[in-house]
Design a protein around this ligand. Structure first.
Ligand code: NAD
Ligand code: UDP
Length: 342
């Protein structure tokens, strides 16, 4: 009998990263059940995923904090593994309404693992973040670097990691992969799904693409006095398709035996804000007006991964470069200037 996980529950599967994950899973012949409350996404992405893959998935509109809803999903479907993307992710908002973040991200995960335990499904891939490294001192960042989040969002990620570590310590029959993402950007090559932030984008790449498409006048560059070659902040941007392929490898890696693993998913290459602006201009042929403004509080000067653990253990490496990330982001943004509202 094959031990391949066949049916995957994707929480947050209509969101930015989750929708790309669903494309990858369906394309690899998996059955997919999505659980999403549509608080930060719409059915349009689910429809686009099915259009791209020409395959159907099961969509359940519900909340990960709803134990009855989770129990019903596990009763109805033979779920082999869970990929857990559902969560709130805006750093700024998390400082304004921290309790909402703790409730959603912490309680949501607790209800999920309880339901998994009750159903006897003990394979979980969790969306963690490089934010758990706080303001890192040494570059590149390895998985053994000290952790210490500096805002409520980051603390929910770190606390969920700790909960899952405790869970594994108490019951080592679990298979848990903690994936610490660096900066996911880009879109599926079809241009049919991509990042579609509500309101004003907090993150650099979606902001740049909205300037390029004419939805915003100019980019604010948050500081040019960092100790970096051009003075602007450096990050490790990773193509969302590379990122979800890392999840496929992580799931595979959990197959041989129960374990809890931690991996960085990044390219290992840092680019400055101005590098990103230039790359986007080249890929799109559109000029991006910008203005230098004050630093954004809480921003690290530099953050990039040491991705060698994922390479050595998972056999995964990012393939797409910054130019390709910008090309794909631009294809999506220029095809759908208003995102999924179109
Ligand atoms: P997203 O907001 O596009 O997707 C999250 C999805 O979860 C949304 O569709 C939302 O409707 C859903 N959701 C939120 N709370 C829910 C709940 N209680 N019940 C059911 N569904 C719920 O975000 P994303 O960028 O795709 O991020 C996915 C995951 O990756 C998140 O956990 C995020 O914290 C993590 N992450 C993202 C980044 C990034 O830069 N995008 C970086 C590191 C980690
Ligand atoms: N940034 C910027 N203007 C923006 C958004 C971001 O200059 O409108 C900078 C930010 O200071 C950081 C980099 O771009 O140096 C990446 O920011 P993002 O929010 O995308 O990722 P994070 O800081 O969470 O890693």
């Amino acid at each position: 009998m094959s031990t391949d996980p066949e049916t995957i529950l994707v929480t947050g599967g209509s969101g930015y990263i989750g929708s790309h994950m669903c494309v990858e899973l369906l394309s690899a012949g998996r059955q997919v059940v999505v659980l999403d409350n549509l608080s930060n996404s719409s059915m349009a992405s689910v429809e686009a995923v099915q259009r791209i893959t020409q395959k159907a998935l099961t969509f359940v509109q519900g909340d990960i904090r709803d134990s009855d809803c989770l129990a019903a999903i596990f009763a109805e479907h033979n779920i082999d593994a869970v990929m857990h993307f559902a969560g709130l992710k805006a750093v700024g908002e998390s400082t304004e309404v921290p309790v909402k973040y703790y409730d959603n991200n912490m309680n949501g995960t607790l209800r999920l693992v309880e339901a998994m335990h009750q159903a006897g499904c003990k394979t979980l891939v969790f969306s963690s973040s490089a934010t758990v490294y706080g303001l890192p001192e040494q570059m590149p960042i390895t998985e053994s670097a000290p952790t210490g989040a500096i805002n409520p969002y980051g603390r929910t990620k770190l606390m969920v990691e700790e909960v899952l570590q405790d869970l594994f310590a108490a019951d080592p029959t679990w298979r848990i992969s903690l994936l610490r993402y660096f900066n996911p950007v880009g879109a599926h090559a079809s241009g049919e799904i991509g990042e579609d932030p509500n309101d004003i984008p907090n993150n650099l790449m979606p902001f740049i693409s909205q300037v390029a498409v004419g939805r915003r006048e100019k980019l604010n560059v948050f500081g040019d006095d960092y100790p970096t070659p051009d003075g602007t902040g450096i990050r490790d941007y990773i193509h969302v398709v590379d990122l979800v392929r890392g999840h496929m490898k992580a799931l595979e890696f959990l197959r041989d035996k129960p374990k809890l693993t931690v991996h960085n998913l990044g390219t290992g290459q840092g680019y400055s804000v101005l590098d990103a602006v230039r790359a986007f201009e080249q890929a799109s042929g559109v000029s991006i007006p910008f203005e230098i403004t004050d630093r954004r509080p809480g921003d690290a000067a530099v953050s990039y991964a040491d991705p060698s653990k994922a390479r050595d253990e998972l056999g995964w490496e990012a393939e797409y470069d910054l130019h390709r990330m910008c090309e794909d982001a631009w294809r999506w943004q220029s095809k759908y200037p208003q995102g999924f509202q179109e």
